[in-house]
Design a protein around this ligand. Sequence first.
Ligand SMILES: *Cc1c(COP(=O)(O)O)cnc(C)c1O
Length: 399
Amino acid sequence: MTYRAGRHFLQIPGPTNVPDRVLRAMDRPTIDHRGPDFNRLSREVLDALKPVFGTRGPVVIYPASGTGAWEAALVNTLSPGDRVLMCETGQFAMLWRNLAQRLGLVTELLPGDWRHGANAEAIEARLKEDREHEIKAVCVVHNETSTGVTSRIPLVRAAMDRAGHPALLMVDTISSLASIDYRQEEWGVDVTVAGSQKGLMLPPGLSFNGIGPKALAASRTAGLPRSYWSWEEMLASNKSGWFPYTPATNLLYGLREALAMLMEEGLEHVFARHDRHAEATRRAVRAWGLEVLCADPEEYSSSLTAVMLPDGHDADRVRALILEHFDLSLGTGLGRLAGKVFRIGHLGDFNDLALAGTLAGVEMGLDLAGVPIARQGVRAAMDHLAAARRPVSLPRAAA
Ligand SMILES: *Cc1c(COP(=O)(O)O)cnc(C)c1O
């Protein structure tokens, strides 16, 4: 490998760029996870996580990728043979469904076209049919990372309430938490699933369950076997700032720093920044003459944008060219979208010029790959980014 000058652009929708502050916060000797320094650290992060999840209840931390937190959500609350309603929003929803099946749950899939979010009306209709309340949980991916579509969780909650159905609501926020507005408690979510390597700006390796009171009650009678993922032991230890097994100590240093950074910026500003970058990206896509995969403007993702290529053009070839020439990584098309789309991640530690650079790389790469585009995307994005600054940069009139 030869040295490549300058910074690599990691613009896949997770793992995301880890800020220097977080890297430096983790660059410390490992400490005794049964000692007083660790106890202070863990109490701090367990508390600081709550506002990010929009809950006053417990959030547990696993040394695991997001997939572990998927499993934890299910095994802590459900019993063998329980029926689970899932929404086919894209590849990640399918993977969660497969995991649930392998655990011995009976999964029911509400079909989707991978261009829309969870269909609240379909959920309501299915729950109304389920008079015996055989469905024990509704599982929704908040931000479907394979498609760039964000489901409207409040609509799902309202649909469940209209059906008067007692199923638990479990939401995967792995690529939305700390990037897109999310409120576990206000939206009546029973379990939130999250991961470290996307909006939380950390390396991969941590995942989370935000646990609501109904889910906690369900965990007392749930029959699926669980040990490593058990909330019971975790919550009991966490109460006094400990963990039932060795936690990922250095990642927790990083987490403390990342949470501090999110609070310094202010969550609402973090969300507005993601919205602005997403809108600028969509304007670039349209100016190129290409199409955004997400079909409903109410469901545009602020974490990433999936871009469709015209027939006869291979999205992975474009990605490979862009990586080779501009040292920029983009997300590949997953599952049935393989070769058809590429995904631009604009979440995490990211700013206007990093987006402009990213879009410049994409524009040059599309052109080099012979995809017919109008070379006006970066311009359109810059116009949007500059317009967003205009009100604050107006010179004040002289007194
Ligand atoms: C990344 C992602 C996952 C998978 O998480 P891992 O950390 O790879 O296990 C699951 N769901 C969504 C929505 C994701 O974006």
